[in-house]
Design a protein around this ligand. Structure first.
Ligand code: GDP
Length: 140
């Protein structure tokens, strides 16, 4: 069944470059409603917890260092078929492979500093949203 919520982060490279507003504009214009949002900065330890699924990957230490290197924006988004539609909007992990017009194609700097995160399943969207936001910090 199609979900109606997903979770995103505007990553340190995009935040630092001043692209948060342009990215949020693309997200809203694609029909996503913001249910919760905050600017924050991860510690390396928290980044490690968020990406624990990648703990065995060779890029894990770099990823944790990068994700804690500066501020991010975390948000829960709502739309019919949210997880799948948002993955289409952001494009492939590696911007070199991302389709024209996708957020990563436009804003990502590299396969690691790839501008945005998007949950890959309904289950992970719920887990990742709960990582950042309690129930009373969400609209509706
Ligand atoms: P996503 O679901 O498209 O974000 O991709 P993954 O879940 O596979 O990877 C999580 C994040 O790790 C990516 O968004 C990148 O920031 C980073 N990453 C993925 N693959 C690589 C890689 O090969 N090298 C490096 N340095 N970072 C990577």
């Amino acid at each position: 069944m199609a979900t109606n919520r997903t979770f995103t982060m505007i990553k340190p490279d995009a935040f630092e470059a001043g692209n948060s507003g342009a990215i949020l504009k693309m997200i809203e214009e694609a029909g996503f409603k913001i249910v919760a949002m905050k600017a924050t900065q991860l510690t390396s330890e928290l980044a490690g917890k968020f990406y624990a699924v990648h703990a065995e990957r060779p890029f894990y230490a770099d990823l944790c260092a990068y994700m804690s290197s500066g501020p991010i924006i975390a948000a829960i988004l709502e739309k019919d078929n949210a997880v799948e539609d948002f993955r289409k909007l952001i494009g492939a992990t590696n911007p070199a492979d991302a389709a024209e017009g996708t957020i990563r194609k436009i804003f990502a700097k590299s396969i690691e500093a790839n501008a945005v995160h998007g949950s890959d399943s309904d289950e992970n969207a719920a887990i990742e949203g709960a990582f950042y936001f309690s129930e009373f910090e969400r609209v509706g």
